[in-house]
Design a protein around this ligand. Structure first.
Ligand code: PEP
Ligand code: MN
Length: 302
């Protein structure tokens, strides 16, 4: 019988679309996959891992000083602890009106000032190594976005800062590639690492109402094979506010260790992705439901 040219023993790195060799597959990803489930402690209030459900909330980008204070004020009343204050945004399309651009480095000064009045745990995305030092001095958690998941130099530099890192899965990578990226951080001796599932590209996605598809199964699989906390971002996955609540609840049912929920006082005025944020009332309702789920799953909502 004629041998199929793709038979396993012929697998090699010759196919230019593959960057994994059979040899690579032999390597065990020991740092992200072995040992007891990790608890990542950010400070005395905020922990990621078994028994906890931290909820990260906030707008897509910080937009303006006024918005920052408006959201901070409401979050304090609601009891939110983790505030996403993204000053840097990797925007998919460059040809947009001026309002779409991120606030950039000046946003870090706004956050510095805000910190004098509000004691949140602050999370900001990092897009370039040049901002690392200032960012690491300003916020508590660095987020490495899906588009940078395999920007290994950025990963390693961030790891060396010893800050807690949220690494988002790229929307087109395997779990092995995701864990491979995580190993780059862990190998630098930084174990303060949290993984985030944020949706994958699938045939029915990239429509108005579902840009990506939340890979709930990835949460279950990563819980099985990895020792790292895994959180879920239903906002960026669905791109569609009405689906955020059911997907958030499903993520918790699947065992996630935290959530990112985009929240804006006036979603339709959000400068980026206005279809996906929850307004404050919707967010409060979701939080109440999550509180009930936490009782069933023996978790503490943070
Ligand atoms: C974000 O959290 O704002 C973001 C850009 O997410 P992602 O990298 O998952 O698209
Ligand atoms: Mn975003």
């Amino acid at each position: 019988m004629k041998k199929n040219k793709y038979s396993v023993n012929k697998l090699s790195n010759k196919n230019p679309t593959k960057d994994i060799t059979v040899d690579d597959l032999k390597y065990k990803l020991t740092k992200s996959t072995s040992g007891r489930k990790k608890i990542v402690k950010v400070n005395s209030k905020v922990k990621f891992g078994p028994g906890y459900l931290p909820i990260i909330a906030g707008p897509n980008g910080i937009e303006s000083k006024e918005l920052l204070y408006e959201v901070a004020n409401t979050f304090k009343k609601i009891g939110v602890n983790l505030f996403r204050v993204h000053a840097f945004k990797p925007l998919t399309f460059p040809y947009r009106s001026k309002q779409y651009y991120d606030v950039g480095i000046q946003g870090l000064d706004w956050i510095e000032e805000l910190k004098k009045y509000y004691n949140f745990t602050y999370i900001c995305e990092i897009t370039e190594i040049q901002y690392l030092e200032k960012l690491a001095n300003t916020v508590d958690i660095l987020q490495i976005g899906s588009r940078n998941m395999q920007n290994f130099e950025l990963l390693r530099e961030c790891a060396r800062s010893k800050k807690t890192i949220i690494l988002k899965r790229h929307f087109g990578t395997s779990l092995r590639d995701f864990l491979g990226a995580a190993e780059h951080i862990l190998l630098e001796g930084n174990n303060n690492l949290i993984l985030c599932e944020r949706g994958v590209a699938a045939p029915h996605t990239h429509k108005d109402t579902s840009r990506f598809m939340l890979d709930i199964q990835a949460i279950v699989a990563l819980k099985e094979i990895s020792s790292l906390p895994i959180i879920s971002d239903p906002s960026h996955a669905s791109f569609w506010a009405p689906w955020v609540e059911p997907l958030a609840l499903a993520s918790v049912a699947a065992g996630c260790d935290g959530l990112i929920i985009e929240t804006h006082p006036r979603p339709n005025q959000s400068k980026v992705d206005p279809l996906q944020p929850l307004n404050f009332n919707e967010f409060k309702n979701l939080r109440n439901k999550l509180n009930k789920l936490c009782k069933i799953f023996n978790k503490k909502l943070i």
